[in-house]
Design a protein around this ligand. Structure first.
Ligand SMILES: *Cc1c(COP(=O)(O)O)cnc(C)c1O
Length: 435
């Protein structure tokens, strides 16, 4: 598979270059260009396959010439000590649980693979540094995935405010390879600094700088693998159509699902489940996209007014407009419908969802009931661990939730290694003094 910029398709790069350089010159993002059709391969996979086995089996085919089967096995084994889980609820509904990783959100899957594959790509002959903006528990996920990776340093940029969940034993001054730096500014400042540092090529080349944010296609691509996993686990129950219901914020999950389709996964469509921040619904219906002001809801991870994967969605749209219009069904779920879905999933299936997954659950129900005959099987992506919203969910369900120790630890506060102004030279100085 080769990669191109969303801005142009006249220069193709390898997976290694896309991952280690992260951003093409200009304003674009990397997206898959030429892809291998893996359909025959997907259809004959064993029902009992484990997640690391699946990842080890598909990556050599997808990344031909770049990751041989031995490397792929090492990557899959070292990335995943957690797995997705498919729970079938009835004939036409399943839930794909993606919150079993260290921080209890699906983002652990992409980050874990990226860290492991980077270590393999630079093996014995290189070094690299990831520079990433962190919000919520993303920093912890990055620290967990990159800790002790040979030849790699992970710098994590935090906006003003408390920093939680990091273990100081991982930090560079304590013998680790993790550098948390706090920026006197906002999350947007952190993201801007990441892009500026990567585009300063002499500086970026000196340290081998890339990012573990979703701008790195090496984090997005492995998210396609759990769609495949779900397909293998439910395929014997699919009568006609296989539909995925995806809670959408920055649309990383959705674009990864579209890539899975591109690789040959036989699915029929996606429900793009949004909360009140639904400006993208128009885009999927073929209209012009106009960002709306941000609305605060009870599914905060979906409160995004300008999705960071916008450029990738546009690029996909340009390649395959009919696919986008006919395979992506936008649904909007408001706060009240989210709470009702939470309650319903519990009463009908004894299933505890978080609010983000409940948005996708509500959208799936609505979709299956609407539009006449439906012979499909819908897989709802459960993206967040319900224990992360224990108080809210306990109130709705009237039941106490047990909070796993690893999620409890996410609340501990830590101090950064450095505190700097939101300027590139300040960041470059801080990096130089740490390594
Ligand atoms: C990040 C996040 C989402 C949104 O995913 P995108 O790929 O940004 O669309 C949904 N649910 C949870 C729990 C998240 O953390």
């Amino acid at each position: 598979m080769q990669f191109r910029s969303t801005q142009s398709d006249d220069r193709l790069v390898s997976f290694k270059d896309a991952v280690l350089r992260c951003l093409p010159a200009g304003e674009g993002l990397y997206v898959p260009a030429s892809v291998t059709d893996m359909r025959q391969f997907f259809l004959y996979m064993d029902l009992d396959i484990s997640y690391p086995e699946l990842v080890a089996a598909v990556t050599p085919g997808l990344l031909q010439g770049e990751l041989n089967p031995f490397s792929a096995s090492r990557v899959a084994e070292s990335a995943f000590d957690f797995e997705p889980e498919l729970k079938q609820l009835d004939d036409d509904l399943s839930v794909l649980t993606l919150y079993n990783g260290p921080t209890g959100v699906f983002k652990d899957f992409g980050i874990a693979f990226l860290a492991a594959v980077m270590e393999e790509l630079i093996k014995n002959k290189g070094f690299a540094m990831t520079l990433s903006a962190a919000k919520g528990d993303t920093g912890v996920s990055i620290a967990h995935a990159f800790y002790k990776r040979q030849g790699i340093i992970a710098v994590i940029l935090y906006p003003s405010g408390p920093i939680r969940g990091l273990d100081p034993a991982f930090f560079i001054q304590n013998g680790g390879n993790i550098i948390p730096i706090q920026i006197r500014g906002t999350f947007d400042d952190c993201q801007r600094l990441v892009a500026e540092a990567i585009h300063d090529r002499p500086f970026a080349d000196r340290y081998g700088i890339t990012s573990a944010n979703a701008i790195n296609v090496g984090r997005l691509l492995p998210q396609a693998f759990y769609y495949l996993y779900a397909f293998i686990k439910v395929k014997q129950h699919i009568k006609e159509d296989l539909i995925f219901s995806v809670p959408c914020g920055n649309f990383g999950n959705l674009i990864a699902g579209l890539y899975a389709w591109k690789f040959g996964l036989p699915l029929s469509g996606f429900i793009a489940a949004m909360n009140a921040n639904n400006a993208f619904g128009d885009f999927f219906r073929g209209k012009e996209y106009r960002p709306h002001p941000l609305i605060t809801t009870n599914s905060p991870a979906l409160d995004v007014s300008q999705p960071s994967n916008y450029k990738r969605l546009v690029a996909f749209y340009q390649e395959a407009p009919a696919v986008m219009r006919n395979m992506v069904y936008p649904e909007t779920v408001d706060d009240q419908a989210t709470l009702i879905a939470l309650e319903k999933a519990w009463k009908q299936h004894h299933l505890i969802l978080d609010s983000h997954s409940a948005v996708a659950y509500a959208a799936a129900e609505r979709y299956a009931k609407g539009g006449g005959d439906f012979y499909g099987h819908v897989v709802v992506l459960a993206t967040g661990h319900p224990a992360k919203q224990a108080d809210m969910i306990a109130e709705i369900l009237g039941a106490e939730l047990e909070i796993p120790e690893k999620l409890r630890k996410l609340q501990h506060k830590t101090d950064p290694v450095a505190l700097i102004d939101p300027q590139l030279d300040a960041l470059q100085g801080a990096i130089a003094s740490c390594v």
